[in-house]
Design a protein around this ligand. Structure first.
Ligand code: UT7
Length: 324
């Protein structure tokens, strides 16, 4: 992992703004989630531009240019095109040599995409892979539903992976459980469209985000630390050897619970949820970018990345940061 970058929409929506929109308060949102503000993409900004900017910043940090990229994976649940958003990001970036496609695994998407990218590098097929996590969940938010609209935010983050003689990405574990698919969804709603001879087709539309918060919370605080513990044990690492844990930023209470379960100081559990809310597939690279920018990670430092969310899906990955 040789470079990380981010891009964020300009608009900052605070909890006090949310309290003017729905029956909520800064106090409720902050104590239940840790969120203080979030970014929201306006009509004058584009999803592809934001995603490409994050990718560009990761390339600059790695000292590479877009033309070096062999593969571009866009982890997103909110592309501008149901056929996929990755090629538009490729076009904006100028990554003309790259093959580009989307990977959708909700808030686990970035970790799933990194794991996927690493396999192409390990087989020797590709040497330089850009993984972008970008999300505009505000487009699928019901701004009258206080149980969900206060949680989500928009943003993009990216990591560049490059082939190296000693692998930086050491191991990963990925999981899915479709039994919980209804707990968190942006569901396609269909209506019948008459065709001919009594046959019918359907026309689709997406409903806003729906979530059974308590169920997802229960799942996250159990499944995520279980998987991280398994990953650490099977690779022979103690939890305290890890410099930083970069978990999906869904709720500060989840981060606190995982730190408690792993018995690591809360300072090791990276957090910026106060500033950006839940940005789904963008949240892991956003917080990683912050630590790298602040000089809190040195090349060779051991890090754990983990995502969890709709699907249900969850995954964890252990790596050494940077060129070392
Ligand atoms: O990114 C994918 C992964 N997502 C997650 O991991 C999310 C996991 N879930 C959570 O983080 C939490 O469940 C939430 C933050 C979504 C909710 O927190 P909670 O402590 O589980 O609250 P709750 O849903 O049990 O609701 C408690 C009360 C309810 O009122 P009653 O029924 O007790 O009278 C809600 O109606 O809080 C009420 N409430 C609110 N009140 C003020 C719900 N949303 C709000 C709000 N402002 N925005």
């Amino acid at each position: 992992m040789t470079g990380v970058g981010k891009a964020l929409p300009a608009q900052v929506v605070t909890n006090d703004h949310m309290a003017d929109l729905v029956n909520t308060s800064d106090e409720w949102i902050a104590t239940r989630t840790g969120i203080r503000r979030r970014r929201v993409l306006g009509p004058s900004q584009s999803f592809s531009d934001m995603a490409a900017q994050a990718g560009h910043n990761a390339l600059v940090q790695a000292g590479r240019s877009a033309i070096d990229v062999d593969l571009l994976i866009l982890a997103t649940s909110t592309p501008e095109d149901l056929f996929g958003g990755a090629t538009r990001v490729q076009r904006t970036l100028g990554a003309a040599r790259a093959v580009a496609w989307d990977l959708t695994a909700a808030c686990s998407g970035f970790v799933f995409a990194l794991a996927t990218a690493s396999q192409y590098i390990q087989t020797g097929k590709y040497r330089t892979v850009l993984v972008v996590g970008a999300e505009v969940l505000s487009r699928w938010t019901n701004w009258q539903d206080r149980t969900t609209c206060v949680l989500f935010g928009d943003g993009a983050g990216a990591v560049l992976l490059e082939a190296a003689s000693s692998p930086g990405l050491l191991d990963f574990e990925l999981r899915s459980d479709g039994m919980g698919a209804e707990h968190l969804a942006i569901e396609c709603q269909v209506e019948a469209v008459p065709l001919i001879g009594g046959m019918e087709a359907t026309r689709g539309n997406f409903a806003p985000i729906s979530m059974n918060g308590r169920e997802v919370y229960r799942f996250a605080v159990q499944a995520v630390p279980d998987l991280i513990e398994k990953l650490l044990a099977s690779n022979g690492f103690a939890a305290t050897e890890v410099k930083g844990y970069f978990l999906h930023q869904a709720n500060q209470r989840i981060l606190d619970a995982v730190a408690h379960r792993l018995n690591v100081p809360i300072e090791q559990m990276a957090s910026n949820i106060a500033h950006y809310g839940n940005t789904s597939s963008a949240s892991v690279p956003l917080i990683l970018d912050e630590w790298v920018g602040d000089g809190k990670l040195r090349p060779g430092d051991l890090i754990v990345l983990a995502g969890f969310g709709a699907g249900l899906s969850w995954g964890a990955l252990i790596a050494r940061w940077g060129r070392f």
